[in-house]
Design a protein around this ligand. Sequence first.
Ligand SMILES: CC(C)(COP(=O)(O)OP(=O)(O)OC[C@H]1O[C@@H](n2cnc3c(N)ncnc32)[C@H](O)[C@@H]1OP(=O)(O)O)[C@@H](O)C(=O)NCCC(=O)NCCS
Length: 139
Amino acid sequence: MPAEFPPVEAPRLALRVLMMPRDTNHQGTIFGGIILAHIDQAGYIEARHHGLHRWVTASIDRVDFKAPVNVGEVVEFQTRTIRLGRSSVTVQVVVDAERVDGNWARVTEAQLTMVSVDAQGKSIPFREHGQREHAEKPA
Ligand SMILES: CC(C)(COP(=O)(O)OP(=O)(O)OC[C@H]1O[C@@H](n2cnc3c(N)ncnc32)[C@H](O)[C@@H]1OP(=O)(O)O)[C@@H](O)C(=O)NCCC(=O)NCCS
């Protein structure tokens, strides 16, 4: 039986980050590695919705940098689970920048695969191992 089924969840906000001067490259725009690091974090945050395991990034399958990001822009990382495997989940991340004039631009799209692992780093089925409920967030 295939251990996967179609996604049922809508995109959700994983991260919202203000881009700072320290995040720039030699051309003065935001360094792609900074965006990648946040994409990686967003993937982890999305994976945790499927279980409070240890999760590692197995692959960043594709990243499309569509438009530059600039200092002072607020960047949102929205995530959506697009595949649930045995020990892996595949996550789509879309990145939008709020320009300083208040307009929004889709700047990056990515897809990555996160794998649930045990304390030794061995992959484990995320539905069967170490499931803990997320606690209600206090008001
Ligand atoms: C991710 C990792 C645990 C996979 O180990 P493995 O021995 O290939 O594990 P398995 O063969 O049991 O595969 C486990 C799952 O990972 C998936 N997987 C493994 N490598 C993958 C890759 N490169 N891309 C996408 N999925 C991958 C498999 O398809 C499988 O999915 P499923 O269980 O949902 O069917 C291992 O490669 C690892 O520890 N990598 C380093 C992770 C890390 O440190 N990330 C941070 C980088 S700085």
